[in-house]
Design a protein around this ligand. Structure first.
Ligand code: SF4
Ligand code: SF4
Length: 500
């Protein structure tokens, strides 16, 4: 039986059972998804109905449950969770990979000679899910709540300021979609189906462990899926107004962000002070800045990384000290002349700007298809790329929560109307990254990105004079040959134009 849960809203203080994990990380497959290794990508469950979410009494107990006892808690510091995650590790050296207990660190400290691929910072993020698992486990053991997020509109800073660890729960695996389709329509965005499929199968340890899920009213498919998810998980829904330029809408959003603050305080028995929020803002500003600087490496010709490699430089959990040090190590690495991690680098590859829907962890196939033709995705204007990290929050504003709400409300997502901010952003990114063509990714059944492609095509072809291609696909590799042919034709056109 599926345990009953309150409807979306602000759930009360959590109980020990809310935080019980139901899976362990041996569930992480070699493909990087969060599935057990024995599940085949094309396998559909033989049973007609999906496996129910494990009942609470069947779940494993968390490493050390939070014992709040109803009293306000001390909020532990971020990042420093255990000796394994201590910021002292590697301090003062030119950082190599940061070790994880029980595992050998891959690679060695940076030397003067260029080593075999991948260089250490890439190796660290190659094990990102493992590291996040260890981090989440240590966080739970120290009484820090794990808070699941599903959209870039959710202000991670508030969760950090409440002492929580914000973890992205978006599903990027085709393997979990058949289970979801037992409940959800097949004609729904794969990101929504994959996320819900993970839940039904109980195979995302971070979702299983989450003490709270923060959802938001963005697209219709997500909104309705959240209603189903809320039957099993404590959930708070942020109501996102959708008129990007309306001051009243922004005021409403500020109110919604304040409600989230109250919800986090109530549920986790903490007080989020302005000082604490400012600290979280500084932390996230630093993370955004480091990731922006890494993305800026792609302005070089040739870029030292592939777009696929750059995509790996991010974490499911935000604000992890070890990740931030690895971003710094990567910047130092690539700052040295001759450093490149691109296999078979072409002197002047065709430069591609990718826009549209996010390519979440496990759903990076399209980038691989683009980069098979001596081309590099030099800019990713989407929620897994630059879109959420282009703007910072002013930590010194009189009301830090208002400053936070404003930054997040500026996100140029296709669910907003009008979403002119995306076109403004695209113009400036084209100027900076100098792409030869633009590819617009639309996940199947994503109406907002699909319709908005009209504006993006017009911008690309009529104003920027760049070849443009819209790709509509899902997580299945079935259409890879067809997509490859269309991408190849676009790259050929872009090359011919560049040669003129
Ligand atoms: S594309 Fe829009 S709905 Fe999707 S994660 Fe980004 S902001 Fe959220
Ligand atoms: S890609 Fe589109 S349909 Fe899918 S979750 Fe994002 S906005 Fe919704």
């Amino acid at each position: 039986m599926t345990p009953s849960r309150p409807a979306p809203g602000c759930p009360g203080p959590r109980s020990g059972s809310d935080s019980a994990p139901s899976r362990i990380l041996s569930d992480v497959s070699e493909t990087g998804s969060l599935l057990p290794k024995n599940i085949r990508i094309d396998a559909r469950p033989e049973t007609p109905s999906p496996q129910p979410f494990p009942p609470e009494d069947a779940r494993e107990k968390p490493p050390t449950p939070l014992e709040s006892g109803g009293a306000k808690r001390e909020i532990p510091p971020w990042g420093v969770l255990s000796p394994a995650h201590s910021s002292k590790e590697g301090e003062g050296e030119v950082a190599g990979p940061v070790g994880v207990p029980g595992r050998e660190a891959r690679g060695s400290a940076l030397g003067d000679s260029v080593p075999a691929l991948p260089p250490p910072p890439l190796a660290w993020f190659g094990d990102m899910v493992d590291h996040c698992y260890d981090y989440a486990e240590a966080a739970k053991a120290q009484g820090r709540p794990l808070v699941g997020i599903l959209c870039e509109f959710t202000p991670r800073e508030l969760i950090l300021a409440a002492g929580g660890a914000p973890v992205c729960l978006c599903g990027g695996s085709a393997e979990t979609i058949p289970a979801a389709e037992q409940c959800l329509p097949a004609n729904l965005c794969p990101l929504i189906k994959s996320t819900y499929g993970y839940h039904l199968l109980g195979r995302n340890p971070f979702l299983n462990w989450a003490d709270l899920v923060v959802a938001e009213t963005t697209c219709d498919g997500k909104k309705k899926m959240f209603e189903l998810l809320a039957a099993d998980k404590p959930m708070h829904v942020l109501e996102l107004p959708q008129k990007a330029d309306d001051p009243d809408a922004l005021e409403h959003w500020v109110g919604e962000v304040r409600k989230l603050k109250v919800c986090l305080e109530k549920r986790f028995q903490v007080t989020i002070t302005d000082a604490r929020l400012r600290e979280a803002i500084v932390l996230m500003n630093r993370e955004r800045e480091l990731r922006r600087r890494l993305a800026d490496l792609m302005t070089l010709d040739p870029p030292p990384l592939t777009g696929r490699q750059l995509l790996d430089f991010k974490s499911l959990i935000s604000g992890i000290d070890a990740d931030l040090r690895q971003y710094e190590a990567a910047l130092e690495w690539y700052d040295r002349p001759g450093r490149s991690s691109r296999a078979n680098p072409t002197p002047h590859p065709t430069r591609v700007l990718l826009t549209g829907a996010p390519t979440v962890h496990g759903a990076e196939r399209v980038i691989g298809l683009i980069e098979q033709y001596d081309s590099v995705v030099v800019c990713q204007e989407n929620c897994t790329g630059l879109k959420p990290i282009l703007e910072d929050v002013d930590p010194d504003e009189a009301d830090p929560l208002r400053a936070l709400a404003r930054k997040y409300y500026h996100l140029p997502c296709s669910v907003m109307t009008r979403n002119d901010g995306r076109l403004v952003s695209l113009r400036s990114l084209v100027k900076k990254f100098r792409p030869h063509c633009i590819i617009d990714l639309v996940w199947q059944a994503c109406l907002t990105y699909d319709v908005e492609a009209f504006h993006v095509r017009r911008l690309a072809e009529e104003e920027l004079r760049l070849p443009y291609l819209k790709i509509t696909t899902d997580y299945s590799p079935a259409d890879s040959a067809r997509l490859s042919a269309r991408i190849e034709a676009l790259i050929e056109t872009a090359r011919a134009r560049a040669a003129d």
